[in-house]
Design a protein around this ligand. Structure first.
Ligand SMILES: Nc1ncnc2c1ncn2[C@@H]1O[C@H](COP(=O)(O)OP(=O)(O)OP(=O)(O)O)[C@@H](O)[C@H]1O
Length: 620
C-alpha cells in the first residue's frame, strides 16, 4: 500500500507550518505546562513527577488535542509521547466531570502492543491523576486477574481502559466493555501494534468505535502499518512529524563492531569485566536460549545479570524492569523475540512476526489465542507470551548503553532497541556486533531465524539512520589486546553446554513462577525480604571455574583505555580499565609486597595469579 503520511492529510484549518515545518518554532519550545491550559490538579502532578516543561511532542500535540483534533504523531523513542496523549485526555475527563454531574462510561481506550507497556501506561495514568484520583478511574485489562474480576472492574465503567487489542476485543465480544461513551482512542506504538498479530482484534474494535471519537496514533517510526491504522481509525489527523534533530536530547551515539560469533563473547567479556561501560546496559539477543547462554557465560567470570524473555511470568518481567529502573541491577539480557520484518519508511514493510511458530501459545492463559482457540494437545515446549516486548516502548531509565549482541533483523527493530537509551533528553550509546558476511554462515546461531546476514541489515540501518541525520560509526577494538583473553573465553564457553542452558532455563522459569503475584505482595509488605526476589542470582548450572572470576594483571593491556576504548572513549560511556589512582596504589602495593623478597613487578605477581595456581578441584 502506498504510504501517505504527509501534509496533504492535514485539515484545511490547520496550516501546514503548524505540523511538520514549524517543529523548530521557538514559541513551541518555550511552552510551559501552565500555558497549555491544563487543570491545576494535573499541573500539580507534573510538578510532583518533576516534569519542568513539555517536551517538543507534548508542546505540539497537547494544544491540538485540546482542540479535539485527531493526532498522528511520529516522534523519537523516549521523547515523551505518553504524556502527549494522556494529559489532554485527563484534561478532557476532568472538564467533562466538572460540567456534567454524573458522568458514567469509558471515555478513553488506550491500546498498546504489550503487557509491559500496559503496565507502564497504567502507572503513568496513576501518576498524572494523583491529585484527582477520585475523578479518574482506570483499569488495565492486561493484569492477571480472573475474567470475572475483570468484568466486575469494567462494570464500574472506568474512565480509562488500557489494554492490548486482544484484551479489548475479547471484552467487547463478551459485552464486558462498552465503548458507547468513548471520546478518545489511543493506539500507542502504532508502528508495532499490527506486528503483534492484532489485525483481527483491531478490525473488531474499529466496528465498536462511535463516530466522532478523537484518535491518537503515536509512533516512533513511520510505516505502512501506521497508514493502515490511520485508514481504519482516523478522520483527517494532524500529522506531527518531529524529526530526530528537532527534538531535544538527540543523543544516541551509534557504533558497530565487526566480529565473528565467538568474538562477540570475547568482546562482551572484555567490555564488562574491565568495566568499559560506565552505567547501566541492556543487551539484546535473538532468542531465549541466547539469553541463558550469555548469562551463564558472564557468570563464569563472576558477572551478574538479569534476564528478560517471553517465557518468564509477566509479574517477574515487570518487576525486573522496575528494579532495573531503581538501579538495583546494571545489566539486563533481553531476548527480542517479536522482531518485525520490514523496514522503516518502506512500502514493502510487512508485519510478520519472526519465530512466531514458537510463540503460538500465550502464557498464563491470557493471550487471545488461548481464549479463542480450543486447547491444543499439551506440548513440552515452554509457553511464551505473545504480548511480551521489551525493546519497544518500555521506559528503561538511565540506560548508558544498548548492546546489540545479536543484530536485529530490521532497521525498525534497531530504532526501537536503541531507543531504550538516551531517553527524556539524556545521552547514551548503542554498540552493535555485526558478523561479516564471510563469517556469517559459519557461525550463525541456528536458533536465530534471520533470513538476511548482518551486513545486509546493517546497510539498511545505516541508510535509515542517515535519513534522520544520524551516523552509525565503526568502532575498532584493538583485537591484539583483546586476544589475550581468548583462552579464558574458550574456557568459559566450554562450560556453557546445551545441557547447562536447558537446565538453567527450566530452573529460572520455575523460580520466577514461584515469585509470582502472591509472593510479590508478601514482599511488598515485607520489604526486608526483598533480597530473595532478586532476579540476578547466579544460575550455576554451568561448571564453576573460580579462576575465571579474576582478571590477572598480565592480561590487562598496557596501554590501558586507549588501546581498547579509543581516544574518545570517555564520551561513549566507555571508561578507562584502571583509574590512574588505582594504578598508583596497586604499584605501591606490589612494591611493598616484594620489597623484602627480592621480587618485583609482574614476574613476582605470577606466583599469586589464581589462574596459574589453579587447582582442578577448585578452591577448598
Ligand atoms: N516533560 C517531561 N519532562 C521530563 N521528563 C519527561 C517529560 N515527558 C516525559 N518524560 C520522561 O521521559 C521518559 C520517556 O517518556 P515516554 O515513555 O512517554 O517516551 P515515548 O516517546 O513514549 O518513548 P517510546 O517511543 O520508546 O515509547 C519517561 O521516563 C518520562 O517520565
Amino acid at each position: 500500500m502506498k504510504r501517505k503520511l504527509d501534509q496533504d492529510n492535514i485539515p484545511a484549518e490547520v496550516p501546514a507550518a503548524k505540523t511538520t515545518a514549524d517543529s523548530g518554532n521557538p514559541a513551541a519550545e518555550e511552552a510551559t505546562f501552565d500555558r497549555l491550559g491544563l487543570d491545576s490538579r494535573i499541573l500539580q502532578a507534573l510538578v510532583k513527577e518533576k516534569f519542568p516543561k513539555p517536551t517538543l511532542v507534548q508542546a505540539k500535540a497537547i494544544p491540538l488535542a485540546l482542540e479535539g483534533k485527531d493526532i498522528l504523531a511520529r516522534a523519537k523513542t523516549g521523547s515523551g509521547k505518553t504524556a502527549a496523549y494522556l494529559l489532554p485526555i485527563l484534561q478532557s475527563i476532568l472538564k467533562k466531570k466538572s460540567t456534567v454531574s454524573s458522568v458514567k462510561g469509558t471515555s478513553a481506550l488506550i491500546l498498546v502492543p504489550t503487557r509491559e507497556l500496559a503496565d507502564q501506561v497504567s502507572k503513568a495514568v496513576t501518576a498524572f491523576s494523583a491529585y484527582c484520583a477520585k475523578d479518574v478511574r482506570s483499569v488495565n485489562l492486561t493484569q492477571k486477574v480472573s475474567d470475572a474480576v475483570q468484568q466486575s472492574l469494567l462494570a464500574d465503567s472506568p474512565d480509562i481502559v488500557i489494554a492490548t487489542p486482544a484484551r479489548a476485543s475479547l471484552n467487547l465480544n463478551n459485552s464486558a466493555l462498552s465503548l458507547e461513551q468513548l471520546a478518545h482512542l489511543v493506539i500507542d506504538e502504532a508502528d508495532l501494534v499490527l506486528s503483534y498479530g492484532y489485525d483481527a482484534d483491531l478490525k473488531n474494535i474499529s466496528k465498536s468505535i462511535p463516530k466522532g471519537v478523537q484518535t491518537f496514533l503515536m509512533s516512533a517510526t513511520l510505516t505502512t502499518e501506521v497508514d493502515d491504522l490511520k485508514g481504519l481509525f482516523c478522520r483527517s489527523p494532524v500529522t506531527l512529524k518531529l524529526e530526530e534533530g528537532e527534538s531535544e536530547g538527540d543523543g544516541v551515539s551509534q557504533y558497530v563492531v565487526k566480529c565473528g560469533e565467538d568474538e562477540k563473547f570475547l568482546l562482551a567479556y572484555v567490555i564488562f569485566k574491565l568495566k568499559l561501560i560506565k552505567g547501566k546496559c541492556i543487551i539484546f539477543v535473538g532468542d531465549v536460549d541466547r539469553c541463558y547462554r550469555l548469562k551463564l557465560y558472564l557468570e563464569q567470570f563472576g558477572m551478574k545479570s538479569c534476564i528478560l524473555n517471553s517465557e518468564l511470568p509477566v509479574n517477574s518481567r515487570i518487576h525486573v524492569v522496575e528494579e532495573f529502573n531503581k538501579n538495583v541491577y546494571d545489566v539486563i539480557i533481553a531476548s527480542d523475540e517479536h522482531e518485525v520484518v520490514g523496514e522503516e519508511d518502506d512500502e514493502e514493510s510487512t508485519s510478520k512476526k519472526i519465530g512466531s511458530d514458537e510463540q503460538g501459545n500465550a502464557a498464563e492463559g491470557e493471550g487471545h489465542d488461548n481464549e479463542t482457540q480450543p486447547a491444543k494437545k499439551k506440548r513440552k515446549a515452554p509457553k511464551r507470551d505473545k504480548e511480551y516486548g521489551v525493546s519497544r516502548g518500555i521506559d528503561f531509565k538511565n540506560v548508558a548503553c544498548v548492546l546489540n549482541f545479536d543484530l536485529p533483523t530490521s532497521s525498525k527493530s534497531y530504532t526501537h532497541r536503541i531507543g531504550r537509551t538516551a531517553r527524556a533528553g539524556q545521552t547514551g550509546m548503542a554498540l552493535s556486533f555485526v558478523v561479516p558476511k564471510e563469517l556469517y554462515r559459519k557461525h550463525k546461531p541456528t536458533s536465530i531465524p534471520s533470513t538476511e546476514h548482518d551486513e545486509t541489515v546493517l546497510a539498511k540501518i545505516i541508510k535509515h539512520q542517515a535519513k534522520r541525520g544520524k551516523e552509525v560509526k565503526p568502532y575498532h577494538f584493538d583485537m591484539k589486546q583483546v586476544d589475550a583473553f581468548r583462552y579464558r573465553m574458550n574456557d568459559a564457553l566450554r562450560a556453557v553446554t546445551g545441557l547447562a542452558i536447558r537446565e538453567a532455563r527450566t530452573r529460572e522459569l520455575r523460580q520466577e513462577l514461584l515469585k509470582s503475584e502472591k509472593l510479590r505482595r508478601h514482599f511488598e509488605e515485607n520489604p526486608g525480604d526483598l533480597y530473595h526476589l532478586r532476579h540476578d542470582h547466579e544460575l550455576r548450572s554451568a561448571r564453576i571455574q573460580p579462576h575465571l572470576r579474576h582478571v590477572p594483571e598480565y592480561l590487562i593491556p598496557k596501554e590501558g583505555r586507549k588501546a581498547l576504548a579509543g581516544s574518545d572513549g570517555d564520551h561513549l560511556g566507555f571508561v578507562s580499565m584502571r583509574k590512574e589512582t588505582d594504578n598508583r596504589i596497586r604499584k605501591a602495593r606490589m612494591q611493598n609486597k616484594y620489597r623484602n623478597k627480592g621480587k618485583r613487578g609482574s614476574g613476582g605477581g605470577r606466583k599469586s595469579d589464581p589462574l596459574k595456581s589453579f587447582n582442578a578441584k577448585g578452591k577448598k
